[in-house]
Design a protein around this ligand. Sequence first.
Ligand SMILES: Nc1ncnc2c1ncn2[C@@H]1O[C@H](COP(=O)(O)OP(=O)(O)OP(=O)(O)O)[C@@H](O)[C@H]1O
Ligand SMILES: [Mg+2]
Length: 274
Amino acid sequence: MLPARARLQTIAVASGKGGVGKTNVSVNLAVSLAQLGRRVMLFDADLGLANADLLLGLRPTRTLYDLVEGRVESLEEILVSGPRGMMLVPSASGIASMANLTPAEHAGLIRAFSSFQQPLDVLIVDTSAGVNDAVTSFCKAVQEVLVVVCDEPASLTDAYALIKVLHQDHGLRRFRMICNMISSPEGARRLMRKLTAVCAQYLPDVMLDASGIIPMDEHLRRAVQRRAPVVELYPGSPAGRAFIDLARKVERWPGSDAGLGGIGFFIERMLQSA
Ligand SMILES: Nc1ncnc2c1ncn2[C@@H]1O[C@H](COP(=O)(O)OP(=O)(O)OP(=O)(O)O)[C@@H](O)[C@H]1O
Ligand SMILES: [Mg+2]
């Protein structure tokens, strides 16, 4: 076990367009970081179509909704343990919006997260498709926003729309681009050039880092069908290796000094921005 680190990395995974690979990026990054010895919590923030549990082969019996409704009081009661010891906060399907919580629900949620005592290195938030209030409030509460794009016009325009809203309406400036379902290195370069060019032209203050490339890989599809992360089932596959490379890169990103109280702090920020 590695010693507790005084920093916590918080990462949201978003895309605008649906079905481009957010949940696979979230799940495989979480498991890869856990494999590297990090203590990882994955927060399934897709309030509509939660499926991180499915991709991890888990069957949670309680969700964040039980916490919000007061049926359980601590985060530990809803957490489920996944591959390599990563932890999943099962989605709050049932909560229409984080913005509509009553003051008591709000306080209960903050209390539950603040009293979570286990040390944590990384928090990853898998968001839903679209550019809605839930997505923007999660993206505003974290340090790093990973924007997943694939080589389709709709993915590019939706990624741009997401970045534009987060920048113009919410003041975010730095984004990390993950190119997914890539067929060739040239395809990835072309995709990065396109998004970088349109941001440079219309949103000149935005900084876009090309942070990772995940190949189109049949192993990943097979892993989804078998309800296991590709990094667990086919670690040597092209996608499996790409996720480990991404995790090694993410490990080197700076975290915040929020320390162990960081997770309560994150929830508070998230609810404030909602
Ligand atoms: N690198 C890849 N190679 C091959 N297939 C992929 C890859 N990434 C994603 N897919 C396919 O795309 C599907 C959707 O992926 P995923 O559920 O991660 O997307 P999502 O962005 O989370 O979707 P949603 O917007 O519905 O939440 C997967 O089930 C898989 O079949
Ligand atoms: Mg998803």
